[in-house]
Each structure stands twice: as structure tokens, then as C-alpha cells.
Design a protein. Structure first.
Length: 388
């Protein structure tokens, strides 16, 4: 009941402040969050305590002539008064200053993570505004503007990507037809370059569309139980030619382990991690797939003996379009690990990375065992969608 009243109050305040902002209403703003009444209350408590002390001292003198006892009573009394006053002032500071600042801090943290649906309710009505209220109003307006910009950006990416796909397919198909005809070695090289770059651009567009869809998605994907080991084996088989001709592939897996997740999305995770391991490992190196589980978690590690990463690169590898190794920049688009991160976030899973330059890298996906399909769907709802 109390929660419902608070929600209604917040909605009313929000509508009030939004209307006031649209109408550009100018309010008188108090420059202090500690009103004079607080200091007057403290002064009143002290004066009352002095009066009570006089009565207490008078009673003590009647009961005993010992000076030490009288001073002990006075000292104990003022210790209690000081403690009570300290608790009162601390409580006032907490409700007047600390709690609003914590609320602002939590909202800022959510915005930093990309959640632009945050709204901070003002603390006072228009006739009692202070500087913290104005800061909250400005912050709400900034978050709203950032949300609008983010919506425009994602819509732009989505629309442009869809528009580019058709002419790109025409270019790629035309180049494939040209390659079938008799041509000089140089013309063949040019045609192969067109095909290679058009495929790379097509992959970039597909990844942009997938990432755009995932970034807009706040509801947990529809999860069901399936065999993770079978899925890992299928993903590894996609790189069978690489294992046979260029790299050593070591596997350590259980016979079978079931997890609750969206299967098509998790396939993207494993394919991206395998692809990165292959891309950054020189011929003759090795890639290792290690899957383990205990009563709490299922862990999947994909490790390689490639070029590795330094600390600076590891800090940015999950950012969109970031490519730490410039020598491999033509082989990717810097979106793979961003996709992986977003998919795992939606599932409530996590990813860890360990790496040393020239020694290789190891990516470990941690899947909580207690997160079953039924609980996931109950908490987050269901949404369909094929990301293959």
C-alpha cells in the first residue's frame, strides 16, 4: 500500500515537473539544504537540556553531598544529551543529503551502463525548491536527450544497414559472375578483391543489425534447456578445415551438460570466440576447448597460443569497433566481442579473459547452474527472435 502511494506521488511529481519544464517556469531556488529550522531545533534541544540539568543537579544535591557524585551525574547526563544530539544530526544529514546523493549516484551508474530510461523524482514541490532539485531536473533532461540521441543512432544504423544490404548483394553477385569468365590475372585479382571486401562489408552489416537488435532488447530471450556440449561440438566442427590443416585442436568436455539459454544466441558466442582464437593464432599453434562444471557453475574456456594482449588492449576488447591488433584489422570489424558481451548480459552470464603478450589468450564464459529456464522466463518475460 505504501509502495503504491509512493509510486502515485512520483508519477504526479514527474508530470508536474515535465509540464513546468515545457512551460519554462522559473522558480525561486533555495541555496542551502540545511534549513534554519534544523539549527533552531538543535539550539532548542540544548536549551532544554540546560534546564533539565539544573533540575537534575538540584535533585542530586538533595540526595547526596558528594561533589564527585554530583559531577558524575552531570557528566553522564551531558554524555547522553551529546549522543542523542549526534544521532539526530546524523539522521538529518542522511535524509537531507546522503540519500538523495545515493539516488543520483545510482541513476548515473545506470546511465553509464546505457540505460536511458532512468528518471529521478524531484525531492520537493515548486515552492520548496533547492539546488539539488535543479540538479536533478537538469540531469533528467540530459538523460532524456541522451536517450533520444541513442534512439536516433540505433535507428540510423538499422535503416542504413538494411538499405545497404540490397546493392551490396548486387555487387557481390555481379563480381561472382565476372570471375566465371575468362580474364587476365590482374582482372582476376581485382575481382577477388571486390568479392572479399563485399563479403567483409556484408558481415559488418549483419553484425551491426544483430548488435542493434540486442542493444534494444531489455527482455530476457526465451530460454530452454539444451545440451551445451553438443552445441560446442557443432561450433567446433565449423572450423574443421582449420584444425586439419593449420592448427592443433584440443578438447576436454563432459559427455553432456544441460543449460537454460537461447540456443541461437549462444551459438553466436561460441562461433565468435572460436573465430577470434583461429584468427590470432599462427599456423602450427593450438586452440583448446575446455568445458567443466560444478554444483554452482558451468564454465567454458576457449584458449589459444596466439599473439596475446597487453593490459591496455584487454581494457577495451569488449568495446564496439575496437581492434587491438592492427595486423588483423582486415579480417574482422571489431563487433564480435561486443556481440558476445551483450548476449551474455541478457542471459545473466559473464565472461572472463586472461592473456599475456606472445603467449596467448583464454576466454572463459561462466554460466550459473541455478538459473533455470522456468525462473528466467518468469522474471524477464519471453521474446522470440532468430539471430542465426
Amino acid at each position: 500500500m505504501r509502495h503504491a502511494r509512493e509510486c502515485r506521488t512520483q508519477r504526479t511529481l514527474r508530470k508536474f515537473w515535465q509540464r513546468a519544464q515545457r512551460e519554462n517556469v522559473v522558480w525561486r531556488v533555495r541555496q542551502s539544504r540545511f534549513p534554519v529550522s534544523l539549527f533552531l531545533a538543535c539550539l532548542g534541544i540544548i536549551l532544554l537540556a540546560v534546564g533539565v540539568q539544573s533540575v537534575l543537579l538540584s535533585v542530586t544535591r538533595k540526595l547526596t553531598d558528594s561533589y564527585a557524585t554530583q559531577m558524575g551525574v552531570v557528566f553522564g547526563y551531558w554524555s547522553l544529551v551529546a549522543a542523542a544530539l549526534t544521532v539526530y544530526i546524523r539522521w538529518q544529514i542522511k535524509i537531507i543529503y546522503e540519500e538523495p546523493m545515493k539516488m543520483i549516484s545510482e541513476a548515473a551508474s545506470q546511465v553509464a551502463k546505457g540505460d536511458f530510461s532512468v528518471y529521478i523524482p524531484p525531492l520537493h514541490t515548486a515552492d520548496k525548491l533547492d539546488y539539488l532539485d535543479t540538479m536533478i531536473m537538469d540531469l533528467n533532461k540530459m538523460i532524456e536527450d541522451l536517450g533520444s540521441m541513442e534512439t536516433l543512432r540505433t535507428d540510423f544504423f538499422s535503416n542504413v544497414s538494411h538499405e545497404i544490404k540490397t546493392p551490396l548483394s548486387v555487387i557481390q553477385n555481379s563480381a561472382e559472375l565476372l570471375r566465371q569468365k575468362d580474364m587476365s590475372e590482374q582482372q582476376q585479382e581485382y575481382t577477388d578483391t571486390i568479392i572479399q571486401q563485399s563479403r567483409r562489408l556484408a558481415e559488418l552489416i549483419n553484425n551491426l543489425l544483430k548488435l542493434n537488435k540486442l542493444e534494444k532488447q531489455v527482455i530476457m530471450p526465451a530460454a530452454h534447456q539444451y545440451d551445451l556440449c553438443e552445441q560446442l561440438a557443432e561450433s567446433a566442427l565449423l572450423f574443421e578445415d582449420v584444425w586439419e590443416k593449420k592448427l592443433n585442436f584440443d578438447v576436454q568436455m563432459e559427455d553432456g551438460v544441460f543449460i537454460a539459454a537461447e540456443e541461437s544466441l549462444m551459438s553466436l558466442v561460441w562461433n565468435n570466440l572460436f573465430s577470434n582464437a583461429v584468427k590470432f593464432t599462427k599456423e602450427g599453434g593450438s586452440v583448446t576447448l575446455l568445458q567443466t562444471s560444478d554444483e554452482n557453475n558451468v564454465k567454458v574456456t576457449i584458449a589459444d597460443t596466439g599473439c596475446g594482449m597487453d593490459e591496455e588492449t584487454m581494457r577495451h576488447i569488449f568495446e564496439k569497433f575496437y581492434q587491438g591488433d592492427a595486423s588483423h584489422s582486415t579480417e574482422g570489424n571489431g563487433l564480435g566481442l561486443a556481440l558476445v558481451t551483450r548476449i551474455l548480459q541478457l542471459h545473466g552470464f559473464s565472461i572472463e579473459v586472461e592473456s599475456q603478450p606472445e603467449e596467448g589468450s583464454a576466454f572463459t564464459v561462466v554460466i550459473p547452474r541455478k538459473m533455470h529456464s522456468k525462473n528466467l522466463n518468469k522474471q524477464h518475460g519471453r521474446t522470440g527472435g532468430d539471430f542465426r
